[in-house]
Write a protein that binds this ligand. Structure first.
Ligand SMILES: NC(=O)c1ccc[n+]([C@@H]2O[C@H](COP(=O)([O-])OP(=O)(O)OC[C@H]3O[C@@H](n4cnc5c(N)ncnc54)[C@H](O)[C@@H]3O)[C@@H](O)[C@H]2O)c1
Length: 263
């Protein structure tokens, strides 16, 4: 899928990896529709980029109506710009660690498990689900007849989740597992699905980690021994959008890091 004059719906676009991706797509001529809970940051980004090719919608991806309103708003915007929908970049996510049973013999509250699953897994699929009826209506492009691309954000935790990551690993493992059947469901429309599974990257999420946790994580990186930079993620995201042979797969972006049980 080309970037120029195409519109991408980007959840989690107020911060971190999704924002870096949004900036890169925008710098290559894409229209970006940012969806996030953080309206203050979202509005600041639109002020910076200008509203010609960038819009913000306040969305909680656990609230299906707020997704519906943002998708509708984006589709109406597309009708005025003529820049057809190119796809979805589903970056909204939360970490929220918690042991399955804690030192007081208390099991993980179901609400804590549900919260992470609802944002990371259900929220991603709901956004994709609600955008698809519009993507399938796109004019097929080029000899391959491409109509769109869906990019999801998993994590190293999908494969080697650490202590305290039962919920997070389940949510990201779910995204990794559904990538292939999603691609298979959508191949007849010329819509691709790709997932990136990053290890430690600099972002709003990882800025909240204590220095000790962060240094321990960096110690177990293989090479390079540092957190990835948002731009390094965004460059892979761009390739996923542009390269038609990337489909139904999960790309580990981790500098060969395999996370240990605990730090
Ligand atoms: N940074 C990393 O090291 C890393 C590693 C593996 C996976 N990831 C994944 O990458 C994605 C982006 O994370 P990041 O590191 O850039 O974090 P971040 O905190 O910088 O950005 C996440 C964004 O998602 C938004 N968000 C959270 N809950 C939301 C909700 N319910 N509705 C709408 N928006 C919501 C936040 O407001 C924020 O702007 C996440 O899915 C995360 O799990 C990040």
């Amino acid at each position: 899928m080309h970037l120029q004059n195409r519109t991408f719906i980007i959840s989690g676009g107020s911060s971190g990896l999704a924002l870096a991706t949004a900036r890169l797509l925008h710098s290559h001529g894409a229209y970006i529709s940012l969806l996030d809970m953080n309206a203050e940051a979202g509005d600041a980004i639109i002020s910076e980029l200008g509203s010609v090719r960038a819009r913000f919608h306040e969305v909680d991806v656990t609230d299906t109506d707020s997704i519906a309103a943002a998708v509708q708003g984006t589709v109406e915007w597309v009708q005025t710009t003529g820049a057809a929908l190119g796809g979805v970049v589903a970056g909204a996510g939360v970490g929220n660690p918690g042991l399955i049973i804690d030192k007081n013999n208390e099991p993980l509250p179901l609400a804590a498990f549900d919260f992470v699953i609802n944002v990371n897994l259900r929220g991603t699929i709901d956004l994709i689900r609600q955008t698809l009826p519009y993507l399938t209506q796109n004019e097929p492009l080029g000899a391959d007849g491409e109509r769109g691309v869906l990019l999801m954000f998993a994590s190293s935790a999908a494969f080697d989740g650490q202590m305290g990551q039962v919920a997070y690993a389940a949510s990201k493992g779910g995204l990794a597992s559904l990538t292939l059947p999603l691609a298979r469901d959508l191949s007849r429309f010329g819509i691709r699905a790709v997932t990136i599974a990053p290890s430690l990257f600099e972002s709003g999420m990882t800025a909240m980690m204590g220095a000790k946790v962060r240094q321990s994580l960096e110690r177990v990186m293989e090479w390079p021994k540092r957190a990835g930079k948002p731009d390094e993620f965004a460059r892979v995201a761009r390739e996923c959008i542009e390269n038609p042979m990337l489909n139904g797969t999960v790309i580990r972006l981790d500098g060969a890091m395999r996370m240990p049980s605990k730090l």
